[in-house]
Design a protein around this ligand. Structure first.
Ligand code: NAP
Length: 600
């Protein structure tokens, strides 16, 4: 549980009196260079870059020269090369005891609004690399970005789109920890960056997120923001407020909030045409504000957004704020947000389009119109990591990069990574309710609309460009299995509510342990699936028992709570032919020996 740190920080109480949302930010701090270690002595290294990369070349040469490597391979990916071909050329399919893959993105082309599609080819290759790393046993993946935005002082050139790697990586880290190496941000202008990467990689450091620059090494830590006051703000009625995200869900609620706070001119952009329900909501807004316009515009389409920006400039509109809430998580009626192994290129395209590409395009609109405010709705999955949401978290992280890019400019930009939100939008859908109930069982409470609005009030005046807003159950604390093992959460850690059944297990003869674990798993699964225990066979494949990604996620939490074992998501979900008894055997093998001894 990390209740002490999490519950001591809070925004002012919301109007409902139902508790507070905690606000957190990621701070970067200097760290000592670790001593050169022998951890990687026998590793095979594969250095990949998207496009030519002098840093990747230097890293490759430094690894070869280090004498610590069993072998070093180098490959360059390009738009014309399929990621699968490159993976095949590196022979990831061959088993390796210790294979380390380092994927450099500093050579990837910058986002180009004139190239409607094709901007994200490197991101698809990256997702593919994550998938390959998770599948190829003995493999660990590091991703090297050159955002120009990480670390305490933003350097240039800024590449907010490369933040995609950070949300993606944080989910990979919790979904498939055994194949995760880490995230490294480098200064694109530093000729020695490749050497620094090699030095860091061979140090055996336990940090899995770092920013390297000529000034040294920085590491991120999530920390509570305190002392904020939620002052009810009022908005300038003469200015135009633009919302992406349509006339339903949270976007509609934010539009109403703006109206209630003095905004008189709204332009709402959605993807869908005006149907009867949207007409009603439009009328409601028009009763609140003087001028409310709705346009069915695809916010991911550069031509459409550039034309709109040109129109707003031509009309001399003064923009009070742009609120970016557009998001799409479904494709052809099925979810496009999936466990890494199941994510397709089309899924990632769908998720990135409105959310990340839309953010880059509204940022351009904010720049060109000199907007007062730019508020971007991101997700806590991009901060905390969330098994099964890697492509969605990646797309949301781009919003954090976009907001950071505005630091020091006249436009106040803020990206808020929200925890689960009830009462509107996704949180009101069946899928959303199921997912959010699951998060609540591990202590991450749903935010109510009142929380969201008071959080906006409070955080708009905060100095940070990116905050995370979550509400943690004060009695239970937050029990996410990975919080203890990821350095970024170090400042939050208290005693973890894990391994609750270890004392009971320790009192059993070793030969009875697997059976005990299997019966416990069966009882948990029966509760989750609302079945009688006798209907849950110990020898039946998980798939036959009705385990889907949500159930697998809950099992992952349950196994950590009961036995103190962090399973990878792929072990409960992707090995669907695995039986409960086989899973119990695996858990038994991984029982934390020290904790077991202490419990005995
Ligand atoms: N709900 C939560 O628990 C939660 C938590 C964290 C973050 N967030 C973020 O908060 C925002 C709002 O959440 P929500 O639950 O209200 O989302 P939602 O129900 O999924 O609504 C998003 C809306 O975006 C619009 N949209 C999608 N693609 C578009 C495109 N290409 N161009 C223009 N509009 C497009 C759609 O409007 P039309 O259907 O009208 O076209 C859609 O209804 C999202 O960005 C979400 O990621 C939500």
């Amino acid at each position: 549980m990390i209740e002490s740190a999490l519950s001591s920080t809070s925004l002012p109480a919301d109007a409902t009196g139902e508790g507070n949302a905690g606000l957190f930010s990621i701070g970067w701090q200097p760290a000592e260079w670790p001593e050169r270690g022998a951890a990687a002595a026998m590793a095979q290294w594969h250095v990949i870059s998207w496009g030519p990369s002098a840093s990747a070349d230097r890293c490759h040469d430094a690894l070869r020269a280090s004498g610590l490597a069993a072998g070093v391979a180098r490959a360059t990916l390009a738009v014309a090369t399929s990621a699968a071909e490159v993976a095949a050329s590196l022979r990831w399919d061959l088993p390796a005891a210790d294979r380390r893959v380092v994927f450099f993105l500093d050579g990837a082309p910058a986002f180009d609004a004139s190239a409607a599609r094709g901007n994200w080819a490197w991101a698809h290759a990256l997702v593919h690399a994550c998938q390959q790393a998770a599948l190829a046993s003995g493999t660990r993946l590091w991703i090297v970005t050159a955002t120009g935005l990480l670390g305490p002082t933003p350097a240039g050139p800024a590449r907010p789109e490369q933040y995609f790697a950070w949300g993606l990586g944080r989910c990979h880290a919790v979904e498939s920890p055994e194949s995760w190496g880490g995230l490294i941000d480098i200064d694109a202008g530093d000729a020695d960056a490749g050497d620094a990467v090699a030095r860091f990689l061979t140090s055996g450091s336990s940090e899995d997120e770092v920013a390297l620059s000529p000034d040294g090494l920085q590491v991120p830590r999530l920390a509570a923001i305190s002392g904020l006051r939620a002052m009810a703000r009022s908005f300038d009625g003469d200015r135009l407020f633009v919302l992406t995200g349509g006339l339903q869900g949270l976007s509609f609620e934010i539009a109403r909030w703006l109206g209630a706070r003095g905004a008189r001119r709204l332009l709402v952009l959605g993807r869908s045409p005006l149907d009867a329900g949207r007409q009603d909501r439009l009328r409601e807004l028009q009763a609140l504000c003087d001028h409310v316009e709705y346009q069915a515009h695809d916010v991911g389409d550069p031509e459409v957004m550039q034309a709109l920006t040109a129109r707003l400039k031509h009309e001399g509109r003064r923009i009070g704020g742009i609120f970016h809430l557009a998001s799409s998580w479904q494709r052809n009626g099925r979810t496009a947000v999936a466990p890494l192994a199941h994510v397709t290129r089309e899924d990632t395209e769908e998720v990135v389009w409105a959310k990340a590409q839309g953010a880059l395009l509204v940022a351009e609109m904010a720049r060109q119109t000199d907007a007062d405010l730019l508020v971007l709705f991101s997700t806590a999955a991009a901060t905390l990591g969330s098994p099964g949401q890697a492509n969605y978290a990646g797309a949301n992280s781009v919003l954090d990069g976009v907001a950071r890019q505005f630091e020091g400019s006249r436009t106040r930009a803020l990206s808020v990574a929200w925890g689960p939100i009830a009462e509107a939008g996704f949180g009101n859908s069946e899928q959303g309710r199921d997912l959010h109930e699951l998060w609540e069982r591990v202590g991450l409470r749903r935010l109510r609309l009142a929380h969201v609005l008071s959080t906006l009030d409070g955080s708009l005046d905060a100095p940070e460009s990116h905050v995370t807003a979550i509400s943690v159950d004060e009695d239970q604390g937050l029990s996410l299995p990975w919080l203890q093992s990821r350095p970024i959460f170090e400042g939050l850690s208290g005693s973890a509510a894990t391994g609750l059944l270890l004392p009971e297990l320790a009192s059993l003869p070793p030969a009875q342990r697997v059976d005990f674990i299997a019966r416990t798993l069966r009882a948990s699964l029966a509760t989750i699936l609302n079945l009688d225990e006798q209907d849950v066979g110990l020898e039946a494949p998980l798939a036959d028992l009705g385990v889907d990604s949500l159930v697998a996620l809950e099992m992952l939490f349950t196994v950590d709570r009961d036995f103190g074992v962090s399973l990878g998501f792929d072990e409960t979900l992707l090995g669907m032919d695995v039986t409960l008894r086989a899973l119990a055997g695996e858990i038994d093998r991984r029982l934390p020996a020290q904790a077991l001894e202490m419990a005995a």
